[in-house]
Design a protein around this ligand. Structure first.
Ligand SMILES: *[C@@H]1O[C@H](CO)[C@@H](O)[C@H](O)[C@H]1NC(C)=O
Ligand SMILES: *[C@@H]1O[C@H](CO)[C@@H](O)[C@H](O)[C@H]1NC(C)=O
Ligand SMILES: *[C@@H]1O[C@H](CO)[C@@H](O)[C@H](O)[C@H]1NC(C)=O
Ligand SMILES: *[C@@H]1O[C@H](CO)[C@@H](O)[C@H](O)[C@H]1NC(C)=O
Length: 955
């Protein structure tokens, strides 16, 4: 609780002070009264119409301001301060005082202001009664009757009976004089004074005790012991009245170097020579003379003459600079070697409408540091004189905050002609004491701001951006690029409109936007999620299922067919037609399943390729991940190819050279059950990817796509999966995939199928993606041709396999036809008239795509179920016919024993056990084919007829 209060208190205090912090220039509507003891001024705000008490620093800049509520207006007022910071304000010849408790005021208390009259009961005034304090002396000055009281304290003053008559008094804040009989000055009383006329003594300079004695310059000589005040030197300026006395303030001129010889070290050093000067205008000759302020000795003046018929109010001065209005500014530099003062007209073109407020300069004219009380027309301001006149002493420079300093900040430049510190034009001045480069600039050679690379927020050198402007991404090379998916347009990173996607800084239309009744964005997202998850699930499902299937059957396709399906679906995107979003987005959602992307991490060439070598034909190709560069498209296949070749080679060597029959049989089993299926499918995939890669590279080569780099052509594609046919018959088995062996077309169906799917269709899509009519029509024709072959020839023993291929081809044919129609509609200019048709077509296309993705898994599941069913059926049969089987087995055994050596017998035994577990799926195959297609091993050839018998027995 108390903490909260404390925080609130601090906040309230700060906000109060901040609210009242006056910044210069500040317009006032009164004189500015300087309270030297507390380094403060009292003045009335012009806009807020309230009296204020402000603390200032050595430059006169205001540090804190307190509003004095209720203060009566001051005019020609004087103050004195009692102990406890009690400030008494008296206006000349008025008995009423206003008393401000400064402690209360500056602590934001209340009751800081009181007022009253201090009278002496013994000697009452009928008018007047002002109290003044000089040092330790207190005076009560009565104007009627004319007398004054003098005591050592306020209370003594109220009780004293001793009073002194006077005729006239002269006073300022720092001295008081009654007639020619008493001068109170610097806490001394002087009674032996020279007789003067009514002009009396007027204090000009407290430090050098310069007075005007009857309008003549007088160098005061203070003899405290004899209480004698006299003039040690008097200079007559022939002035008639106080207004015509034109003198400057005493100022210090130190512009010239003084050579100083240090004899002991024989080293010359330089020193500034300081000399205090005062200007006085001799009205008889109409020119300014320069005097030594210490002695009032005349000093030779050289250089420009100050020609203006200047009046007192225009005689503004700061440091060694004089400003005499009407665009005239002078500097006065004392040269100790010649004992001359060099007057130079500094520069013109200055504002001429500023003046002191009160004549003469020594009356109520506040000046502290560079802050000065000036009038401009009828308005009065607290101004910073450097801001107006750029005035600093000879060796000083006008700082960034208009104060004077001996040197410029290291982050600033020096202008020697104007003696000004200034910042590079590309800076922001944050703290007024140093220059800070703007954003997107960095500092060089301490004070220059150099531009960073474009869109950089800050950098330490030209090419090393530390952070980018918002919307931009820092690149490895230290530059800033638009965030992914945005492009640069008129210094802004913009995103493409819906349906467009960014490709090399232009927005390419990707999909179509039309007034669909069905396909809202949420529906599209749903479809997208569905397709994505089913493609993922299908990938996982088919991989697991077909791994199982691979072990228990001859079938080889399945594991990667899903990738190939995704690949084939991805081609649909490549066609240069903006298809509806509901088809486009789901298709792109599967992009992780596209083989190029799926095996990306295996592409060890990728890091070797520089980024600009990865060029895509357009955004669609980029999404599918097919670039021009063959290393990018086929790099991973090269690696997979290498791995496959290694496994392939290893088993080749093992099977060829292993002598031990038992080991050999295990190796054959492992290869057949685990690896061959995978290898063959990977070769399929690799060949597809190579076809794509080569096609892309060729396209780039022949069509000379703008700006693309002709690289990657040197890559030697000597090895193709097709070369592997003459390897072990084991592979042939898998490649044939259970095809009917006795017919040429049937036997080679898988090759035809592969040629279509892995070569013709990708080639077609890549080479002709720009003409959708050709692509789609030819595709339909190819698919139709493929379907015809299957339906006519039924190339597989298995009805299920045939069925699958028919269904698959049929679905694709359907999809291609739907896609063609969609393309035709999408090319229509009045697309919105066809929105219903498009909706229906999209819907059916989406369903087809779903089925295409899922059919693979469905097929494998059905196949597995059938096998399971067959297995159970077989077991039951086995129980029923156990005798027959046993018998036949015995027969087989005995016949093998008779005709073969031991090793072949053992292999044969294995084979027999395998055969017993044969599934329906495999039993459909003609056993002749089974053995013809097996390795042309002597052993296998010999057992062939026996096996036939066995099989017959089982059935
Ligand atoms: C200071 O005074 C002002 C008004 O005079 C008032 O609003 C503010 O709450 C005061 N702050 C404190 C801490 O008393
Ligand atoms: C000053 O004048 C008074 C009379 O007005 C005279 O008595 C006195 O001697 C004079 N003193 C000097 C120093 O002239
Ligand atoms: C008064 O001053 C004059 C000169 O200004 C001097 O000659 C005289 O001795 C002084 N008188 C006294 C009493 O000191
Ligand atoms: C400005 O003057 C200083 C000191 O006299 C000197 O070192 C500097 O080189 C001068 N600069 C220019 C720009 O003339």
């Amino acid at each position: 609780m108390s903490l909260i209060f404390y925080i609130f208190f601090i906040f309230a205090t700060l906000s109060y002070i901040f609210e009242c912090q006056d910044t210069i220039p500040y317009q006032v509507s009164s004189n500015v009264y300087q309270i030297e003891e507390t380094q403060a001024i009292i003045y009335k705000s012009f806009t807020k119409n309230k009296w204020r008490y402000s603390l200032y620093d050595q430059n006169g800049a205001i540090q804190a301001t307190y509003v004095i509520e209720g203060l009566q207006d001051l005019a020609k007022s004087y103050y004195f301060i009692e102990q406890n910071n009690h400030l008494y304000l008296y206006t000349d010849n008025q008995p009423n005082y206003q008393l401000i408790d400064l402690n209360l005021l500056t602590n934001n208390g209340s009751g800081y202001l009181t007022s009253g009259v201090i009278q002496n009961a013994n000697n009452p005034c009928s008018s007047g009664g002002m109290i003044r304090k000089y040092g330790t002396y207190y005076f009560l000055i009565c104007s009627t009757p004319l007398f004054y009281l003098q005591e050592v304290s306020l209370s003594a003053l109220q009780q004293t009976t001793q009073k002194y008559p006077y005729t006239v008094y002269t006073l300022s804040q720092s001295y008081l004089m009654f007639d020619s009989s008493l001068l109170v000055y610097k806490n001394n009383l002087f009674t032996n004074l020279s007789n003067v006329s009514s002009a009396g003594y007027i204090l000009v300079d407290l430090q050098f005790d310069i007075f005007l004695q009857d309008l003549k310059l007088c160098k005061g000589l203070l003899d405290i012991n004899s209480k004698t005040f006299s003039c040690s030197k008097i200079v007559d300026l022939h002035a008639n009245n106080e207004q015509s006395v034109l003198i400057s303030k005493v100022f210090q001129s130190n512009g010239v170097y003084q050579l100083q010889c240090l004899t002991s070290f024989q080293i010359n050093t330089f020193q500034f020579f300081k000399m205090n000067l005062i200007f006085g205008r001799d009205q008889n000759v109409g020119r300014f003379n320069v005097y030594n302020a210490m002695t009032l000795d005349l000093i030779n003046r050289v250089g420009s003459s100050i020609t203006n018929q200047a009046v007192q109010l225009e005689f503004i001065q700061y440091g060694y600079n004089l400003y005499t209005a009407k665009n005239c500014q002078y500097t006065a530099l004392y040269n100790p070697n010649t004992n001359n003062v060099q007057i130079s007209q500094a520069f013109s073109n200055l504002p001429d409408n500023y003046m002191l407020v009160n004549p003469p300069f020594y009356n109520f004219n506040f000046q502290q540091g560079s802050t000065i009380f000036l009038s401009q027309g009828s308005n009065r301001f607290l101004y910073n004189i450097n801001q107006i006149y750029q005035m600093c002493s000879n060796t000083q420079y006008i700082q960034l905050d208009s104060t004077c300093g001996s040197s410029c900040p290291v982050t600033a430049f020096i202008d020697n002609s104007t003696k000004k510190c200034y910042c590079d034009k590309n800076t922001i001045i944050l703290d007024k004491s140093s220059c800070t480069c703007q954003k997107n600039y960095y500092i060089q050679n301490t004070n220059q701001c150099k531009i960073c690379t474009p869109y950089c927020q800050n950098c330490v050198s030209q090419n090393s951006c530390q952070s980018c402007q918002s919307g931009f991404n820092l690149q490895a090379d230290g530059t800033c690029k638009c965030n992914d998916g945005t492009y640069l347009n008129k210094n802004q990173c913009l995103s493409c409109f819906e349906g467009f996607s960014l490709f090399s800084n232009t927005c390419q239309e990707q999909y179509l936007h039309y007034n669909s009744d069905i396909f809202t964005q949420s529906r599209i997202n749903q479809a997208k999620d569905q397709i994505q998850s089913s493609s993922e699930a299908s990938l996982a499902g088919t991989t697991i299922l077909s791994s199982i299937q691979n072990i228990i059957s001859q079938s080889s396709f399945g594991i990667l067919t899903n990738s190939l399906i995704c690949q084939k679906l991805s081609f649909l995107i490549l066609i240069d037609v903006p298809i509806p979003a509901q088809i486009y987005q789901p298709l792109t959602a599967m992009k992780d399943q596209f083989p190029t992307n799926q095996f990306k991490m295996l592409n060890y060439f990728e890091p070797l390729l520089s980024k600009d070598q990865n060029q895509y034909q357009n955004a669609r190709y980029e999404i599918v991940g097919i670039s021009f560069n063959i290393l990018q498209t086929c790099g991973q296949s090269t690696i997979i190819f290498g791995i496959c070749i290694f496994i392939f080679g290893t088993f080749y060597i093992l099977i060829k050279y292993i002598k031990s029959g038992r080991v050999l049989s295990i190796v054959v089993l492992i290869y057949q059950k685990l690896f061959s299926g995978f290898l063959i499918q990977f070769f399929q995939l690799i060949s597809t990817m190579f076809v794509i890669g080569v096609n892309q590279q060729l396209k780039q080569f022949f069509f000379d796509i703008n700006g693309s780099l002709p690289i990657g052509l040197q890559i030697n594609l000597t090895k193709k999966s097709n070369n592997q046919y003459d390897f072990v018959q084991l592979n042939k088995e898998k490649i044939l995939n259970g095809a009917v062996y006795n017919d040429k077309i049937r036997r080679n169906f898988m090759i035809i199928y592969l040629f279509f799917e892995s070569f013709l269709i990708p080639t077609l899509y890549i080479q002709f993606s720009f003409t959708w009519k050709i692509t789609s029509t030819v595709c339909i024709a190819l698919q139709f041709f493929e379907l015809s072959i299957i339906t006519l020839y039924m190339p597989f023993e298995s009805k299920l396999s045939n069925g699958y291929f028919i269904v698959n081809n049929f679905l694709w044919l359907g999809l291609y036809i739907q896609y063609l129609i969609i393309n035709i509609i999408c090319k229509k200019p009045d697309i919105n008239n066809y929105s219903k048709e498009l909706d229906i077509l999209s819907y059916s296309a989406l369903i087809t795509i779903q089925i295409v993705i899922l059919q693979q898994s469905a097929y494998i599941i059905i196949a597995l179920l059938v096998e399971l069913y067959e297995y159970i059926k077989l077991k039951r049969q086995k129980k029923q016919n156990s005798f027959t089987i046993n018998k036949s087995n015995n027969n087989i055994d005995s016949s093998f024993t008779q005709h073969n050596d031991i090793s072949s017998l053992k292999i044969n035994k294995n084979l027999m056990q395998q055969k017993l577990k044969l599934s329906y799926y495999e039993r459909e195959m003609v056993q002749q084919k089974q053995f013809n297609s097996l390795v042309s091993n002597q052993v296998w050839v010999r057992i062939q007829p026996r096996n036939k018998d066995t099989k017959n027995n089982i059935l």
